[in-house]
Design a binder for this molecule. Sequence first.
Ligand SMILES: Nc1ncnc2c1ncn2[C@@H]1O[C@H](COP(=O)(O)OP(=O)(O)OP(=O)(O)O)[C@@H](O)[C@H]1O
Ligand SMILES: [Mg+2]
Length: 324
Amino acid sequence: MAGQTTKGKGMITEEENYKTSNNPLAVESWDSYIGQEKVKERLQVKIKAAMERYEQMDAALILGQSGTGKSSIARLIADEHAVPFIDLMITPNFSISALNNILVQFDEDGGGIVFLDEIHNFSKKDQHYLYSILEDNCITYGAKHSGKRHYFVNAVTIIAATTDENLLTKALRGRFGAPYRLGAYSDKEMGQIVERMAIKMGFTPTIEECIALGQAAAGSPRQAGDLIKTARDLGSMAIEPILELAEITRDGLTVDHIAILDSIFNLGGITGLENITNHSGRAKDDIVDLEKLLVRKGFIEMTGKGRALTGRGVKALREARLKK
Ligand SMILES: Nc1ncnc2c1ncn2[C@@H]1O[C@H](COP(=O)(O)OP(=O)(O)OP(=O)(O)O)[C@@H](O)[C@H]1O
Ligand SMILES: [Mg+2]
């Protein structure tokens, strides 16, 4: 699909858009975005239809675990439209009035695509203020702002992403229409992601290297990127030195995963989240995120009495300790 629209004074070319990303491993086209075929297909139909109407696509919500390609896909959407793109990381301190000011300015500059990353960090009360943006193409200021409204003059499309859809109100989720859910990457796709990244870094990787590093990336393209950047630093695709320097096991466990296994082991092999938090020194939210991989790999099991270390988990812990 060719991406060129007329957008008034805010228009920038696709080339200029790429320059806003200084990530050497950034995905630069739909073809180099591996996997997620259904999501890509749906988005391409939406974008094509919108562009044929000389419009931008409707708001979209992208769901996916951390490091699985949400920001990359938002950037591809903007590149396809060839319109300006702003990437806003919503933190718990990000106020809705700050967002309003940014959006008014963005609209006055010609509009484009606004990416609201980690949108669940808006409080439930603040999520309410997003309804009118999604539904009526305008910003409603709260009582403090004397009920003012700003209607967008230009096209402003909100693309939102979250790792935790449960923190979004049902009403907000519903206003985005059917979400774009990024699924798990297969081993083959992870190998292809590693291959593409390695080639970008000037390597000619073997199939074995792609498979091994793909596995060590544990379903996270971001982790694959970390491994390939380590390969660049070492000047070699040799697997063991990369894993050692990156402090990642063949199964994709990081030092934080090992710390959780270690805590459960030291706390008697079965224990609750609170105890693991205190023992490992890791934040509770991080543990909940990290243990997903441990469960997936069969290293721990969720039981009525807490998190239980399995035989495979003990083996993985022993191997990680031997490497130290
Ligand atoms: N499907 C994919 N194909 C190839 N490379 C990918 C893919 N998805 C992500 N990547 C690579 O992984 C990196 C991380 O992806 P991205 O930043 O888009 O993930 P994210 O879901 O936004 O992460 P976070 O939740 O941390 O914000 C990208 O810079 C890109 O190099
Ligand atoms: Mg992101």
